[in-house]
Design a protein around this ligand. Structure first.
Ligand code: NAD
Length: 345
């Protein structure tokens, strides 16, 4: 046994182990609930399981650490100070995104930041500033971009004139953390950024103005916005309409529905983004995929971008835009005045 250990730790083998270490990205998961575990599972499937786990609920981090043969950290700083951790996933409740992301960036950790970026414009700008000052990469968790039929949609209509987006979910429980005005902010801020990000990405143009009508239709006891109908204008002249609420799923199209049209082609993506109808100059075809692979593919993109030292498909500015457009749509409803987006970086 001694001889074996001597050989293993001899210089040539050490170099080999270090080489392997460079190929692996050391990842820490912060927030080991539903989505922390989802990302850990994807990273494991991609051959790069996380190595360090932290949750304010010690039981949760210990459970995930055990499942993925990693280590459970006792404090956030244990993750941020670890030299083996190159990147952290921030999968906590929304009011903690800004302080954790800013601290992680200052510790020179690359970030995978779940949506929404934060709950206020100031927090979003502070995150972007911390990320850019530290020179780290920050990927925003917009998994819808990674569905194959979304990519197909973007290829078929590259410069849409008109877009529709809808995320209508079944009613979120009053006592869920996401409906807590401080921790979550309600479904519009939480899942609405997926819709805004997708519309902006498909529009392929800078958003310039937003108007919205925001309501609380289903949760009168909570100080949140739970429903929003909005319009976004783009520099290209395109216009998008958007509906987000937890009033219930529509039977034919499911929770997600997105449409895009130019002069020749109209597209409708629905059935959880697994069915795409294409009307190309009157010729209607249909494409279907079996599985939803958004989470897996966004994790692949994060690892690849880190290894290639490049920007990911959705970065900190995409995270900033999605949350700011939502906040300004809500402000437009309050003031009755359409809000400019010309100042978005
Ligand atoms: N991309 C998607 O499709 C998608 C879907 C659902 C949720 N999310 C996002 O993922 C994030 C987490 O949501 P979830 O559903 O996993 O919630 P969750 O409640 O299941 O898990 C969150 C975890 O964070 C922990 N936590 C809270 N504050 C903390 C802190 N300061 N330090 C350490 N741990 C802390 C909690 O104890 C909990 O275990 C949110 O931003 C949410 O919007 C994304």
């Amino acid at each position: 046994v001694n001889t074996f250990l001597q050989v293993l730790f001899s210089s040539p083998f050490k170099a080999f182990r270090n080489f392997k270490f460079i190929m692996q990205v050391g990842i820490g998961i912060i927030g080991c609930g539903l989505i922390g575990e989802t990302h850990a599972e994807c990273l494991d499937q991609l051959g790069n399981p996380p190595i360090l786990f932290f949750d304010q609920d010690d039981k949760r981090s210990s459970q995930l650490a055990k499942k993925y043969a990693g280590t459970s950290a006792k404090t956030l700083n244990e993750v941020l100070d670890s030299l083996e951790v190159h990147a952290v996933y921030i999968c906590t409740h929304h009011e903690t995104h800004a302080p954790i992301a800013i601290s992680a960036a200052r510790h020179k950790k690359h970030l995978f930041l779940e949506k929404p970026m934060a709950l206020t414009e100031k927090e979003c700008f502070d995150i972007v500033q911390a990320v850019q000052q530290a020179g780290v990469m920050c990927m925003s968790g917009f998994k819808l971009r990674y569905y194959p039929l979304v990519a197909k949609m973007k290829t078929l209509v590259q410069q849409p004139l008109i877009l529709n987006g809808q995320i209508l979910d079944s009613r979120w429980p009053d006592d869920s953390w996401a409906n807590d005005p401080v921790k979550g902010g309600g479904n519009v801020l939480s899942q609405g950024c997926h819709a805004i990000d997708l519309l902006c990405w498909l529009a392929n143009s800078k958003p310039v103005r937003v108007y919205g009508e925001a309501r609380n239709l289903r949760h009168p006891s909570l100080d949140i916005v739970d429903s929003l109908a909005a319009t976004i204008s783009f520099e290209s002249g395109a216009v998008a309409s958007l509906t987000i609420a937890d009033t219930g799923e529509f039977p034919l199209i499911s929770k997600f529905s997105f449409e895009a049209a130019d002069n020749q082609t109209t597209l409708h993506l629905h059935n959880r983004l697994k069915s795409l109808y294409i009307n190309s100059a009157g010729n209607i075809t249909h494409e279907h995929t079996e599985e939803e692979q958004g989470f897996l593919e966004e994790n692949r993109e994060f690892l690849t971008a880190l290894r290639d030292k490049r920007q990911p498909l959705s970065n900190e500015l995409d995270g900033l835009h999605a949350t700011m457009i939502l906040l300004r749509a809500i402000e437009a409803s309050r003031s009755g005045i359409a809000q400019s987006l010309e100042d978005l970086p």
